[in-house]
Design a protein around this ligand. Structure first.
Ligand code: HEM
Length: 309
């Protein structure tokens, strides 16, 4: 897939390091996380939209990783900067094949393109505590209202990783067995509903409250999410993840994610766990150039963290 992006994959990963530091064994972003296992049961209607194998009849195993924003592996879950939270899902298709969905807890992205995201990150890196105001990122936000909206309207701290909605943000093309296609964006909605901490509850939370809470929650019973495809209508921006599609757009249920067990959260298992938004089966195609870029640059971070000691 051809994009007009100027930055190379290595430059994008370096921009993340410039903003968040380079930390051994860690993902360049969404470094702090916890992974769990479960299943995905497709809804009957899902196969009408796409011929992708996980959207047909069978229930499949999934690997889910919840995470905090930034590349800082020990960031406190209570810090505003740890938003948006991430949710990555790997559907095990059998025969060693898989497909991934990578989402976060904000319906949108601060900028429209990969190059602008690099600019955003480099401006963060130039805005240390000693920089005079307005510093580089404050100036950037002053001229980029969508990025400002992203930074200033994140959700309050949630009760759990399991009580947040997550959004795929970038667009994909779904193609069914008759060759009929549509453009979609993923929405992942918790069955428990979105739940946020009260001020009093928030005071009693610790730096790792989200990973601790999900371990306890899973011990008491499965955590479920509904996976939806929001379907674009004519005029909706396919190639611009900074503009959310209207809420009135049709949402088609793709299936239910049931998370039932904590996985082996060892360093080895973490190094081996790789998500990539370009890991797609027949029936789903990249529709947004940012995904083509992400598909090329995630492996740079993977290689770095797999080779670090
Ligand atoms: C140009 C834009 C983007 C860049 C440069 C970028 C970069 C990265 C990199 C380098 C990683 C680490 C990969 C690894 O080491 O395994 C990562 C992980 C992640 N990204 Fe992005 N990303 C972008 C857009 C997005 C978007 C739009 C979302 C949300 C919809 C997102 C959500 C995540 C999440 C949740 C993870 C953690 C995956 C995991 O748990 O392993 N990213 N990203």
């Amino acid at each position: 897939q051809i994009t007009r992006t100027q930055a190379t994959p290595a430059e994008m990963v370096d921009a993340l390091h410039a903003a968040f530091g380079k930390h051994p064994n860690a993902r360049a972003v969404h470094a702090k996380g916890v992974f769990l296992e479960g299943t995905f049961a497709p809804a009957a209607i899902a196969k009408n939209l796409s011929m992708a194998p996980h959207l047909q009849y069978r229930t499949l195993p999934v690997m889910v990783r919840f995470s905090d924003f930034t590349g800082i592996p020990d960031i406190s879950d209570t810090t505003g900067g740890s938003n948006p939270r991430g949710m990555a899902i790997k559907f095990q298709l059998g025969n060693g094949k898989s497909t991934d969905i990578i989402a976060h807890s904000f319906n949108g992205f601060p900028v429209a393109t990969t190059d602008e995201f690099r600019e955003f990150l480099l401006n963060i890196s130039r805005s240390g505590p000693k920089a005079p105001h307005p510093n580089a990122i404050e100036q950037f936000l002053g001229t980029h209202p969508i990025a400002k909206h992203f930074v200033t309207t994140q959700k309050p701290p949630s009760v759990s990783y399991g009580t947040l909605s997550y959004f795929g943000v970038n667009s994909f093309k779904f193609i069914n067995s008759k060759g009929i296609s549509c453009y979609i964006r993923y929405q992942i909605i918790p069955e428990a509903g979105e739940q946020f901490l009260t001020a009093a509850q928030f005071k009693n939370t610790g730096d790792n409250y989200l990973s601790e809470e999900i371990k306890t929650r899973i011990g008491a019973g499965a955590v479920k999410f509904k996976l939806y495809a929001q379907v674009a209508e004519t005029g909706d921006k396919i190639e611009n993840p900074s503009i959310a599609w209207p809420n009135e757009r049709k949402r088609i249920l793709l299936g239910t994610i049931t998370i039932s067990r904590l996985a082996d959260n060892s360093l080895e298992a973490d190094k081996a766990l790789i998500y990539n938004p370009g890991n797609l089966p027949k029936g789903i195609e990249i529709a947004d150039p940012m995904v083509a870029d992400r598909a090329r640059l995630y492996p740079v971070s993977v290689k770095e963290r797999q080779q670090s000691h």
